[in-house]
Design a protein around this ligand. Structure first.
Ligand code: NAD
Length: 492
């Protein structure tokens, strides 16, 4: 018989300090359950427990984490985290986003492989790894209400951010023997932001001729992932799309409760389930601990305890194979016993040292799998030329012609000349369509005639303010190496 503790008799391995948070909702139940398995398997861990989440938010820490907890995180650099509940309402920032961004955990790696025939799925051949960018995109959390009608959220995509995540995805693919990397973006609409992501993907793909690459628009890509996931291998995508498709992928293999994820960066790593705190089933002892347990497996590989990781993964597979399932994955024909959280992990512990019979065993090697990314090398800056300004105006009257007359009168002989007005991105002046609905938020594009820069913008804004025009923000328009760094109005 295999010994449940492969280290028995071997010199003691170094104990690794980790920071642990039990979270909210089902968090404490599944964390306690997962740690029980890790301990029983002989993981050499020294957990430091920190408090995060709802209680901390409601005590007045708007990020849901105390300063003392940061101290532990920055020291251990390994965070094993249960899901938390972000209280509804204004003023609370997402703790997950704060931790990922503060520690620079730029890559979110979410493996999603079918467990057929152990868990029912329509897609037995699915084996996808989603590499999600973790720090940018709409998750910058920069939002403003600008007029009575309109709020905005800023989508920030950077070249260093794209290069790092795309390179990570290709390196991950190479190290893990994967054949293809697929980029998902919406660059047919967001030509600059998603366009940059796709462009960087194409550039970096050329450095990996041994790995196939392709690109899908995210909407059809997500649909294909739901109905033909076996077409995908490694997927790389930006933050929001990655968040959405990870849940789709986890549900396709059986349950969102099965998904674990690693958040990797230069200054640390965080391991968590992909699902949330599931308040509806909290305290009932029925939650599936698998997502957090598999995140723990990823953590053990990360800290050099790959043999224990493999032991746990195989015991978990054997448990599923023996038909011992939590309610979320129970199905007729495959489930022999439907159990709660505690009985499920007891069954896993009983099977430590065993391997599945019908399912391929998991094998991990700590010397393989650490993805190294070269430090970012800034390319030569492009020549940047000021060519105009978009002035966003709060104007409650739906008459675009009247707004244009008012703006032209106010601008007078400014070198910035009104060229275009859009409302929610659609051209309404000159020659807009009467059918176009208009809010109170107008983008008014002034193009530079002759020489000039910021001084012309200040002059224009002074004139507009003097005429009582209420501007709510400006965006400068530049060309980079002669190419416009701004989008056209729809219908322009
Ligand atoms: P959720 O993932 O908590 O729940 C979605 C559905 O999946 C529910 O029906 C739930 O019962 C089920 N489910 C989730 N995990 C399960 C498990 N382990 N076993 C069995 N069933 C499970 O998503 P939600 O309801 O949208 O969010 C609830 C809370 O979680 C919100 O406050 C949200 O902000 C938070 N959240 C936290 C994280 C995180 O901490 N990483 C991630 C997502 C959501």
């Amino acid at each position: 018989m295999n010994h449940p503790f492969p280290d028995a008799g071997a010199p003691a391995r170094p104990v690794v300090p980790i920071t642990v948070a039990h979270g909210d909702g089902i968090g404490p139940e599944i964390m306690e359950a997962s740690l029980r398995v890790l301990n029983a398997a002989g993981a050499a861990l020294a957990p430091e427990i920190i408090e995060i989440g709802e209680k901390v938010y409601l005590n007045g820490a708007s990020a849901g984490i105390e300063d003392s907890a940061w101290e532990s995180l920055r020291r251990t650099k390994v965070f094993y985290k249960a899901p938390i509940t972000t209280p509804q309402g204004g003023g609370f920032k997402s703790l997950n986003v704060t931790v990922r961004k503060s520690l620079g955990l730029f890559a979110n790696v979410r493996p999603c492989a079918s467990l057929s025939p152990l868990v029912a799925t329509h897609h037995p051949d699915m084996d996808v790894v989603i590499v999600r960018e973790n720090e940018e995109d709409l998750y910058a959390g920069i939002e403003h209400r600008q007029t009575d009608d309109v709020v905005q959220c800023l989508k920030l995509i950077s070249r260093p951010g794209c290069e790092r995540i795309v390179r990570y995805a290709f390196e991950y693919a190479r190290i893990n023997g994967r054949k293809k990397v697929t980029c998902l973006s919406k660059d047919n609409i967001m030509k600059l932001t998603d366009g940059l992501f796709h462009q960087v993907f194409d550039e970096i793909a050329r450095d990996y001729p041994d790995i196939q690459n392709d690109h899908w628009i995210i909407d059809i890509g997500a649909a294909k992932l739901a109905v033909a996931p076996e077409q995908f291998d490694v997927i790389v995508t930006s933050n929001l799309y990655g968040d959405i498709i990870s849940d789709i992928a986890a549900e396709v293999i059986g349950s969102v409760g099965l998904g674990g994820s690693a958040n990797i960066g230069e200054h640390g790593a965080m391991f968590e389930a992909i699902h949330g705190s599931a308040p509806m089933i909290a305290g009932q002892g029925v939650a599936n601990p698998s997502g957090l347990l598999l995140a723990g497996v990823q953590m053990l590989v990360h800290i050099g305890q790959a043999d224990i990781a493999g032991n746990i993964h195989n015991a978990w597979l054997k448990t599923l194979e023996d038909g011992i399932h939590t309610g979320d994955i129970a199905s007729e024909g495959l489930t022999r016993r439907t159990v709660g959280t505690s009985d499920f992990v007891e069954a896993v512990i009983e099977r430590l040292g065993q391997t599945p019979n019908r399912f391929k065993s998991a094998v991990y090697d700590s010397s393989v799998g650490a993805v190294e990314i070269a430090p970012y090398r800034r390319r030569q800056r492009q020549a940047k030329t000021f060519v105009g300004v978009d002035v966003f105006i709060d104007f409650p009257n739906p008459d675009a012609d009247r707004l244009a007359i008012q703006l032209n009168a106010a601008a007078g002989d400014s070198r910035l000349k009104l060229e275009l007005i859009t409302n929610r991105g659609v051209k309404v002046w000159p020659q807009g369509l009467p059918e176009t609905f208009r809010t109170d938020h107008w983008r008014c594009r002034f193009m530079l005639k002759g020489e000039g820069g910021a001084a012309e913008v200040i002059d224009l804004l002074t004139r507009l303010a003097g005429a009582g025009v209420e501007f709510v923000k400006t965006e400068h328009l530049y060309k980079f190496d002669g190419k416009p760094g701004y989008s056209l109005g729809q219908g322009q």
